[in-house]
Design a protein around this ligand. Structure first.
Ligand code: ATP
Length: 234
């Protein structure tokens, strides 16, 4: 059994069904990427794992336990932390206060604390007393990642962290991922940037219209297969 698993996961917004039987498996210490076009269901998959959308109990399993009906605070206590799309910093709080928010709800021992997060992203140490809104988009993304790490998560879920950032900034942010992996966290990145996803992930899942259309190790996936799974064209 995988560390984190979805089994025949379905999700709907009212009458609109967004996921149709999604099976994803994440092994301990592994990094997987979920790729797919706008509206494929990637964010909905993450919302289902984090308890924002409720599921059948057995549709999400973590460490062998059904967590499909758990609430977001319970999910955080289990050790699953989310870096949300759009960063969602608290604008009136400083960088350091935003990072400390990540401690609420889960007081787990582990590598991550203010010092080690500042070592990971040194620019945040310099900006520790600045309000979150005074930062560049890339720095805000670093705060959002640092805030999630502060809970010493067992699984880190990242939703479109490269969205709207310049390539050089995206590279800087992904340069931190080997150290995040070394801390023992398993990682799920949702990415529209296919090249970045193939670089960072041990395995990739491609979604289209609420279904997984392709999965495998980057080295085993041809460009054509990814193109077909992503766009649905031959
Ligand atoms: P994006 O890159 O745009 O975030 P995505 O792959 O993450 O795309 P989702 O956001 O999961 O896709 O959306 C999947 C489907 O569910 C889309 O058709 C979208 O319009 C729909 N959807 C998402 N959120 C809601 C909502 N709150 N209410 C109704 N429909 C929604």
């Amino acid at each position: 059994m995988a560390f984190l698993e979805t089994r025949a996961l379905t999700a709907s917004y009212g009458d609109f069904q967004a996921l149709f039987g999604v099976d994803i498996a994440l092994e301990a210490g592994e990094t997987i990427a979920i790729i797919g076009a706008n509206g494929a269901g990637k964010t909905t998959l993450l919302r289902s794992i984090t308890g924002i959308l409720r599921n059948g109990a057995d549709q999400v399993l973590f460490d062998g336990k059904p967590i499909g009906t758990a609430s977001p605070p319970e999910i955080v206590r289990h050790g699953i932390a989310m870096v949300p799309e759009g960063r969602r910093l608290f604008p009136s709080l400083t960088v350091e206060e935003n990072l400390l928010i990540g401690r609420y709800g889960r007081k787990a021992e582990g590598l991550w604390n203010l010092d080690t997060v500042y070592d990971l992203f040194p620019v945040l140490r310099q900006r520790r007393n600045s309000p979150g809104t005074a930062l560049s988009g890339g720095q805000q993304q670093m705060v959002a990642i640092g805030r999630a790490l502060m809970s010493n998560p067992r699984v880190l879920l990242c939703d479109e962290i490269s969205l709207g950032l310049a390539p050089v900034i995206i590279r800087d942010i992904y340069a931190a991922f080997p150290r995040i992996r070394q801390s023992g966290a398993a990682i799920v990145v949702v990415e529209q940037d296919i090249g970045q996803a193939l670089k960072v992930a041990d395995r990739v899942y491609c979604m289209m219209e609420g279904r997984v259309t392709l999965s495998g190790k980057p080295a085993d996936l041809s460009r054509d297969a990814i193109h077909n799974a992503y766009f649905g064209t031959a």
